[in-house]
Design a protein around this ligand. Structure first.
Ligand code: NAP
Length: 305
């Protein structure tokens, strides 16, 4: 056995799982296909993680990484290719090696949902973005659309507005899903919210030039010029690896867990966005910690609580 526990994914849930596991005396490997931080790396700012009144996602990710590194060196840029059940536990094949472990904490988060309309793929990276922090800078003083009505869309719209852009939020319903606090801020900052409207297609030549929109009540279509579009319509859980193990997921594809973050498969735990629910940094951290501590039950270690 190479390690007792593998933590797959190093967003807030995976980082917390790694820290708690090592502190509980569990030999642990943390595997991350990209960089430590997960979704928070691309969050413009965070205001609701206790202890940090206002911090950029990038800065918080750095703090998380440094904290984790006090205990363990995370394997960044090492995606897991396969995960199989073995007699003793689980076999993991990554882009760089093979590992045998006794237990696994899944903290692989979720990926951006796409609209799936014509032109979206063609102009992705050529005017269409899924990350305001990453790409907002390129659209300074320009006219941009933010598609979506949730917290992410609101935060991104505010971030882009603060960069001096002419921001138009396109939302399919007559009410935003975003927290009231953000709704008030959007109004205060003068973000134009276009309700009851969907994107039909993205148009342009080499790069995005206009968006065809449809009023869902009147069915009326119109084409409006935009320099950029940020698609912020939520996430899809990253459950590809676990399904092969027979781990149960709910109707939305999120992994089902009990109060101790156990899945239906012995030795497999899940934490963070991949389990759905509140999908907040604070809840992900708590779940990651809980999952790591719960894994002691299959490692023959004393349950620490
Ligand atoms: P979300 O809350 O699921 O919202 C997704 C938004 O996109 C909804 O307004 C939804 O419309 C819309 N949408 C979904 N599919 C669409 C489609 N095919 N076409 C057009 N619109 C579509 O996702 P999120 O905003 O990414 O947030 C994810 C989680 O992170 C949430 O739990 C959120 O609270 C959390 N978060 C928190 C903060 C914070 O600072 N507190 C910041 C960012 C994210 P409907 O409303 O009509 O369903």
């Amino acid at each position: 056995m190479d390690y007792e526990l593998a933590v797959i994914g190093a967003g807030p849930a995976g980082v917390a799982a790694g820290i708690y596991a090592v502190r509980a005396g569990i030999s642990t490997i943390v595997l991350e296909e990209k960089l430590v931080g997960g979704q928070i790396v691309v969050s413009p700012w965070i205001e609701n993680y206790p202890g940090y009144e206002n911090i950029s996602g990038m800065d918080l990710a750095e703090i998380f990484k440094n904290h984790l590194k006090k205990y363990i060196e995370p394997h960044e840029l090492e995606p897991v290719k396969s995960l199989t059940k073995t007699e003793e536990g689980f076999g993991i094949v990554t882009s760089k090696g093979k590992y045998e472990v006794k237990a696994v904490v899944f903290a692989t988060g979720a990926i951006y949902r796409t609209l799936g309309v014509p032109g979206e793929r063609k102009f992705s990276g050529k005017g269409i973005s899924y990350c305001a922090t990453c790409d907002g800078f390129f659209f300074r003083d320009k006219k941009v659309a933010v598609v979506g009505g949730g917290n992410t869309a609101a935060v991104e719209a505010l971030y882009l507005k603060n960069l001096g852009m002419d921001v138009h939020m396109i939302h399919r319903r007559d009410q935003l899903r975003a927290e009231m606090r953000y709704q008030e801020e959007l109004e205060k900052k003068g973000v134009n919210i276009v309700y009851d409207t969907v994107v039909c297609c993205f148009n342009g030549d080499e790069k995005l030039e206009s968006i065809e929109l449809k009023d869902v009540n009147t069915e009326e279509r119109r084409t409006e010029n935009f320099d950029g579009a940020f698609v912020s319509i939520g996430l899809i859980p990253n459950t590809g690896l676990v399904r092969d193990l027979g781990v149960e997921v709910d109707d939305n594809g999120y992994i089902k867990v009990d109060d101790f973050q156990r899945t239906n498969v012995k030795g497999v735990y899940a934490a963070g966005d991949i389990t759905g629910g509140a999908r907040q940094i604070v809840t992900s951290c708590a779940q990651g910690a809980q999952a790591a501590l719960a894994s002691t039950e299959v490692l023959g270690k004393q349950y620490p609580f």
